[in-house]
Design a protein around this ligand. Structure first.
Ligand code: NI
Length: 174
């Protein structure tokens, strides 16, 4: 059972952000409550996407709202992303890596197949920001963050902040 009251944003380098998340077996009240809690947390932090591992829950589920509005939140359970198109490089941030904004190369389009909160199959063809956010969140459920995808130059440019996050994590887990 997921205790949603304990859900908080997890920061790099928390272990839950680096492991491959497990598939959701059943869409029950626990999952519905988790999605509600994730929505509150995402909107509170002004994010446009949030994956379950980012609130400490290692499940293959994420939500997005491209304009940051509650009524436009979309839920993707056990998603499969198929990237396509050209590459596109844009600045990206992540609620789990606060203080770091860095250029990320992503596919300009992607297809997503998933299950929604009602248990219905969804299939979307995405481009632009939509495609970018889907690829970012899909990375999270595979245990990948922007820190893993950063090049050497970006790692050096952000070394102070990454060191600070690592030290804060040490204090929390000691
Ligand atoms: Ni993120």
């Amino acid at each position: 059972m997921i205790d949603v009251e304990k859900c908080r944003i997890t920061h790099y380098p928390a272990h839950v952000l680096s492991e491959r998340a497990r598939p959701v077996q059943q869409i029950d009240d626990g999952i519905r409550r988790l999605v509600e809690k994730m929505t509150d947390i995402m909107l509170e932090h002004k994010g446009i996407g949030l994956a379950a591992p980012q609130v400490g829950v290692p499940l293959r589920l994420f939500i997005i709202s491209l304009d940051g509005n509650r009524e436009n939140v979309r839920v993707y359970i056990n998603p499969t992303i198929t990237p396509g198109g050209e590459f596109d490089s844009r600045e990206e941030g992540c609620l789990s890596v606060p203080g770091v904004y860095t250029k990320m190369r992503r596919h300009s389009t992607c297809k997503v197949a998933a299950t929604d909160l009602s248990g219905d199959d969804i299939s979307e063809q995405a481009e632009g920001l939509h495609a970018r956010v889907l690829q970012h969140e899909s990375d999270h459920i595979d245990g990948i963050t922007i820190v893993n995808r950063m090049g050497q130059a970006a790692r050096i440019a952000h070394r102070k902040q990454l060191k600070k996050l690592t030290e804060e994590h040490k204090v929390r887990t000691e």
